[in-house]
Ligand binder design. Structure first.
Ligand code: MG
Length: 161
């Protein structure tokens, strides 16, 4: 079954949203690198790649069902944060937003009776649970560490293994 016009447009939008997340994480990684927080920088740099993969996964799906890919401009990411906690907080906030976007896509796929897209989106629903959990964990640890940033670095280093 072909994608509905609305679903095709929304999936194209989601490609942009995932690329934006990639850009946001790259900006956060640069800030951490600036502060010589190499572990955190590495973690967010890795996340940058993951978000790009999400975008490409959606792009490939559109192509595989005969839809039309339309790449759009990616907004400039916020690059200045008051502190480490604020940067991680922005990442968490963004993941919560992406979760809402994915859920809206599922709702549209259900309305369209588009079973293929519903099945495709299931992976993203599960992925968002993990993404939100990991950002929430990072924020909790960052709050506990406070100004003791070396302790925070040590605490996150196990996430890179
Ligand atoms: Mg994503």
């Amino acid at each position: 079954m072909a994608l509905s016009k609305a679903m095709n447009a929304k999936l194209n939008e989601q490609i942009t949203n995932e690329f934006y997340a990639s850009q946001l994480y790259l900006a956060i990684a640069c800030m951490f690198d600036d502060l010589s927080l190499k572990m955190l920088a590495k973690l967010y740099r890795k996340q940058t790649e993951e978000e790009r993969e999400h975008a490409l996964k959606i792009l490939d799906y559109i192509l595989s069902v005969g839809g039309k890919v339309k790449l759009q401009a990616i907004a400039e990411p916020t690059a200045k944060f008051a502190n480490v906690q604020a940067a991680i907080g922005a990442a968490l906030e963004h993941e919560l937003k992406v979760t809402d976007q994915i859920h809206a896509l599922v709702a549209l796929a259900e309305k369209d009776k588009d079973y293929a897209t519903q099945s495709f989106l299931r992976w993203f629903v599960d992925e968002q649970v993990e993404e939100v959990e990991s950002q929430r964990y990072l924020l909790d640890v960052a709050k506990m560490a406070g100004d003791r940033l070396l302790q925070l670095e040590a605490a996150v280093s196990h996430l890179l293994k």
